[in-house]
Design a protein around this ligand. Sequence first.
Ligand code: MF3
Ligand code: CO
Ligand code: CO
Length: 267
Amino acid sequence: MFGVLANKAPIYNEKQRNGLRAAGRFNAELMDYIRQFVVPGVTTGELDRLVYEYTIEHGHRPACLGYQGFPRTICTSVNDVVCHGIPDDTELTDGDIVNIDLTTVVHGWYGDSSETFLIGKVSDDVRRLVQVTFDAMFVGIRTLRPHGRVIDIGRAIVEFVRPYGYGVVEKYQGHGIGRQFHQEPGIPHFPHRSMARVPLRPGMCFTIEPMLNAGSHQTADADADGWTVRTKDGSLSAQFEHTVLMTEDGPEILTLTQHGPQEGHVF
Ligand code: MF3
Ligand code: CO
Ligand code: CO
């Protein structure tokens, strides 16, 4: 997420993988819990409160709350917000898109995932951006091979997105995850040269979380709140995120939901 990291990442054994699986599973349950509330008229602050309470009631810990001073449990990124939007009293309204990014700590292990939701009836252009972003995440995931390279992910995503002309955000990226929120390896969603030699070893765990802008890939500096990142040109931005474990047999997606959009979903 923050900056490109070097070639060093933990390799998890079976017991540790089970810790990661449990964290991913709870995070997915949380996404399935909150989706019923993501409707026109709800405030992002209300969604934040619901996620906080569900997490605490289940004995787990919201990872974002207090992380580098972040003031809430979830990130809610509406329309031209690329990432790290802070929940507040903003009401979601017909035609909006909102990315809800959840991260939970379950018995010391982190799970991290996000979805972009369409609020009410959105325009065809908006729907296409969300569709291509969702598909781009799965293109990134399906390119994963044990002993492949991190650069394969960014190459596949950028190739897939090119015909649509959308900007693939470079400044924020996926990340290794485990007993820490953000660790090595960094996962750029574009083919960053330095990733050509970083291997995808069985036992590594990381997120794939492409952010696509309808216009330029560039992002503005954070708002005065210190967090909210918007597109530089004011265009819309969408994002999806899964936590993925590389196994000897290929990628295992740890944050798959029961009720959300499945691979191949048409928005
Ligand atoms: N969940 C975000 C990610 O995908 C990170 C949010 S950090 C916060 O990496 F502090 F803004 F919450
Ligand atoms: Co996230
Ligand atoms: Co993440």
